[in-house]
Every structure is written in C-alpha cells, then in structure tokens.
Design a protein around this ligand. Sequence first.
Ligand code: NAG
Ligand code: NAG
Ligand code: NAG
Ligand code: NAG
Length: 444
Amino acid sequence: MASSAARLPLPALFALLGALLPGTGGAQTSVDPPEDIIPRGGSMQVTCRASCDGNAVLGLETPLTKKEVANGINWKTYELSDIQEDSTPLCFSNCNGIQSTASVTLIVYSLPKRVELAPLPPWQPVGEDLTLRCEVEGGAPRTNLSVLLLRGEEELSRQLAEGETAEFTLLASRGDHGANFSCRTELDLRPKNRGLFQNSSVPRQLRTFVLPKTHPHLVSPRIMEVGTQQHVNCTLDGLFPASEAQVHLVLEDHRLETTVEYNKDSLLATAYIKANTEEEGTQQLTCTVTLGNQSQWTLENVTIYSFPAPILTLSPPNVSEGTVVSVECKACAGAVVTLQGAPAGPPGPSAQFLLNATSNDDGRIFLCSAALEVAGTVLRKNTTQELRVLYNSNQVVTIILVAAAVTLISVCTAAYLYNRQRKIREYKLQKAREANAMKLNTPP
Ligand SMILES: *[C@@H]1O[C@H](CO)[C@@H](O)[C@H](O)[C@H]1NC(C)=O
Ligand SMILES: *[C@@H]1O[C@H](CO)[C@@H](O)[C@H](O)[C@H]1NC(C)=O
Ligand SMILES: *[C@@H]1O[C@H](CO)[C@@H](O)[C@H](O)[C@H]1NC(C)=O
Ligand SMILES: *[C@@H]1O[C@H](CO)[C@@H](O)[C@H](O)[C@H]1NC(C)=O
C-alpha cells in the first residue's frame, strides 16, 4: 500500500506529538494513520498508541472486522478487512484510570459501476442547443469524481459528479456531424497519492443537419394531354449534409420513379409523368425533401386532359357539280368549334352547313378548329378536308367515245379496203386462168 512508506516514521512522530499536544492529564491516545483512503472491500492496518508512564489498557472500537496483528508496550496494531463504507474506528486507552480516544478517518473509494452517455437524438438541427446526459452509477468519493464530455478525444466540458446524471449543453454545429461523443469519469485520488482513475462510456455518433426553411423548387407542366410524357424536376439548396436528404415526387398517391443528383449542398430530383386516361382531371404533384426529422414540400396542380382533334365530315366527299354537300364538324364535349364557311351560330362542340357544289369548289379545303380551355389555357386543334367536285366527267366520256368511234371507223375502213383488194386480185387471177384454158383448148 502506498501509505506504508509514510507509516514507518509515524510512531516517532506520534511520540513527539504526544509530548507537544496538551493532553488529558498526561494520558494521550494516538492513531496511525489518522486518516486513509482505501478501495472498497479492501483492508488496512491501524496502530493505536498510548502515551502512559505505566501500562495502558488499549483497544480499537469499530464495527469492522478487526484482528490484532502486532503489539508492544502501549501500542497495538490491528488489521481491518472488508471495508465497504466510510468509517471512523476509535482507538482508546486507559492510562492510570484516565481514558482518552483518537479516531481514524477511513474513506472508501470505488470506481463507477456504470458510465453511459444517454442516447442522442437521431438527428440534431444545426444551431440548436443539444443536451447530452452522462449517467454515472456508483463511484466514490463523489467529491473527487468528475464527469467529462468528450468529442472524439477532445475534452469539451467537465463538472463534478453530483447526482446520477451530469448534463452538458452544446450548440450543435456542422462540425459535429459524424463526431463521436462519450462521457468519461475521473476519480482523482492524486492528492491522496492514489492516482487518477478513468472510466469511459461507449461513444455515440451524432448526426447534425440543416434543412432550409424554404420550399423546394418544383418545375412541372400545368397541363398534360393523355398519352404524353413529361419531365418534372425538383431542387432544393442549402442542405447539409445534402447526400443524406430524401426526396419524393408523388402524383396524387402514386410515387414517381425519381432520379436524384446530389451536389455539395443541393439536390436535383427528376421524374417523368405519364399522363394516363385514368388520371384525367386535376392531380396534385408534390415534392417532399426530408432531412433529419424535418421535411419541406411543394405542391403543384397538374391537369391531365384528353382533347382529340375535331372530326370534319364532307358528305358525300366526292360530288358532281350542282349536288348539295353537308359539311359537319364535331369535337369533344366542352370544346367550341369554328367551322370555316358556316353561318354564325351559338358556340358549341359541333357546327354544320350545306353547300351547293360548283366547279369552283373542287379542291376547296374546309377547316374546322376546336378550342378547349384546360386549367385557364385555351388549346386549339384543327382538322381539314378537301372537296372533290366531278364537273370533267362528261368530257372524259365524250373523249373516250370519240376515241372509240375513231378507232372503230379506222379498223372497219382498213378491213374493207383489204377485203376489196383481195377480191380484185382473185378476180384477175380467175380471168387469167380462163384465158390460159382457152389457149390450151384451141389448137393453134
Ligand atoms: C473502470 O475502469 C477500470 C480500470 O480503470 C476497469 O477495471 C473497470 O471495469 C471500469 N468500469 C467500468 C464500469 O467500465
Ligand atoms: C465515429 O465512430 C465510428 C464508428 O466507430 C467511426 O466509423 C467514425 O469514423 C468515427 N467518427 C469520427 C469523426 O471519428
Ligand atoms: C344548285 O345550283 C345550280 C346552279 O346554280 C341549280 O341549278 C340547282 O338547282 C341548285 N341545286 C340546289 C339543290 O339548290
Ligand atoms: C388552327 O386554325 C386557327 C384558325 O385558322 C389558326 O389560328 C391556328 O393557328 C391553327 N392551328 C394549327 C395548329 O394549325
């Protein structure tokens, strides 16, 4: 034990003290050591001494387990064991009927049974106060026990361990993100030559974040036609740490497949909206950025519409001159059509008129324009049809007939001439044969 070195010269010292201190009639009881600090459950030796001319009666009064280990004239040494708590054993002596006492102050020290840093919030906003609690169970004497808060190996603050918890408040910064905090106890018995005893808690990692108070910037089409696909994006700046932010793009209750690009302190989320027939109407598109335990979101309306081009019918589409043609245009409900050439009428989804086709109408293009208002925007779709008026048809027939007649006449003439030529030749041949026959029959 550390105090044993200091104990050896003490009997001499006590003899001196006994002589110097004013006594009770010359009788003095002294104890060595007068005080000590020992680990809980430990043992120590105490020497009681009497300054007496004759033989004194000596004893030690204590509830502790004691054993006399040595003695001499007017001194006795006891061993005290299993010392669990602070205690003040009392040496007494009786010298010639005069009783005196001296007490020894025993202080028990022990290391904390448990040192723990209470769980940290999962996320801590930067710029807000954070209270860290160190829980210290056991440990004595408390007057020599300090609690320290550490960031990594850096000591941030210390205080005496008073109750079971020591609270430390710090202003969370960006630099605290990812830092490991821990509690350490220090039982400083150096003034009592027993050294410094440290115990540390398991570290806990802190996550700090910054989510600005601004809404994300959401860029999306206000209107979309069924069957089309469009790109939407959402950005938010001033995030820390940006890579930890979550972003969700949701159309009504359908989550869009999103691609997220992280930059130093911002993010860009991109998604495609496919406008389906089932989603016709006004849909809410939301972009939500979540960081730590906070969220910021922006909502935009997207109106999904269907607007087929108007149907323009010419009936019949091919006519001969002087025939009445019906020109009719129909658009979807809610649209207003404008049919070129139609007389002015009340606006509506359909219009029509009749036309007495003339040769001038051949190749005439009819235009029907439908207008539909979708979420404050007027959309237009046009359809055209061309009219065919068959006013050349008689000439064609005439030409064909004339051509046919000319061909027929030519063929007939050719056939007649050929036939006539053949008949003349046959006649001449006949005549020649007859003449020859007469020459043969007539004797020269
Ligand atoms: C405290 O530290 C000592 C060594 O200094 C060790 O023996 C003891 O187990 C530690 N106690 C706790 C609760 O960690
Ligand atoms: C904190 O502790 C974790 C786990 O032991 C470690 O991965 C991390 O690097 C530590 N952080 C710092 C800032 O040392
Ligand atoms: C169409 O116009 C022609 C010539 O102008 C006229 O002879 C005919 O009767 C008209 N037809 C109708 C149905 O009005
Ligand atoms: C449709 O017709 C209207 C009226 O003539 C015209 O102003 C508009 O530009 C046309 N739109 C298209 C897409 O052709």
